[in-house]
Unconditional design. Structure first.
Length: 225
């Protein structure tokens, strides 16, 4: 706050609590720990009306950090990393928990940077078969580069969903059997278009489309009635 934002005692800042509230704070001290007085509180206006859960096949290297960061900036509510047939990285359960903690830290930093007062939850990775529950979602999208209807066609069938799940495969995409298992559980297969997207591009791209069509990215939030 001092080195980058050049704030001084007496300045007003907005502090989020990570759970959806914004606090207007008048700064008093700016030492190792900043202190201040709360002068106002309000529900955050930086949260989208559509709750998006990104079910992401775990990619290699640090790509998952890129995905978590971009998805958080775009307003995703939850990230569920999954181990699929084509997931290359295989770790012991304790190592997966370490990875999840690191990804959670990335989500927290991205929330701060983007002005969100809610930090998306990044779950501990689990097998895809354990993550195909679509009953709690108004729309569950299984993105597949195989034979699937265009995303726009699938979205046109739905009116103002409030909870959406998006399934993205890792490098190499989802196996046909995984897509069939998802559609059997109520997911709608959809194609992102004629170009094959990298896994670190596909998730954020689809989330951006959802936020534009159903959320707040267009600047005109759609509401029933």
């Amino acid at each position: 706050m001092t080195a980058v934002l050049r704030l001084v005692p007496g300045d007003l800042v907005i502090a989020g609590d990570g759970r959806g509230s914004d606090y207007t704070v008048r700064l008093e001290t700016l030492d190792a720990t900043a202190t201040g007085t709360i002068v106002g509180v309000a529900a955050s206006r930086a949260e989208s009306p559509v709750v998006v859960t990104l079910v992401q096949g775990i990619p290699k290297g640090d790509k998952m950090e890129q995905i978590v960061r971009a998805a958080t900036e775009l307003g995703v509510a939850r990230v569920l990393p999954v181990i699929t047939e084509r997931t290359i990285v295989r770790l012991e359960p304790s190592r997966w928990r370490e990875r999840a903690r690191r990804w959670q830290r990335v989500a927290k930093e991205a929330s701060k940077q983007s002005g969100r007062s809610v930090v998306p939850v990044v779950e501990i990775p689990r097998p895809l078969v354990d993550s195909l529950d679509a009953e709690s979602a108004d729309l569950a999208l299984c993105m597949w580069e195989g034979h699937a209807p265009p995303l726009a066609e699938v979205l046109a069938r739905v009116r103002s969903p409030r909870a959406v799940r998006v399934l993205i495969g890792p490098e190499g995409g989802l196996a046909r059997g995984e897509v069939e298992a998802a559609t059997a559980r109520g997911w709608s297969a959809a194609s992102a278009g004629p170009r094959v997207l990298r896994t670190e591009t596909a998730g954020p791209a689809v989330v951006a489309v959802l936020q534009f069509v159903f959320g707040d990215l267009s600047g005109a939030v759609q509401r029933d009635g």
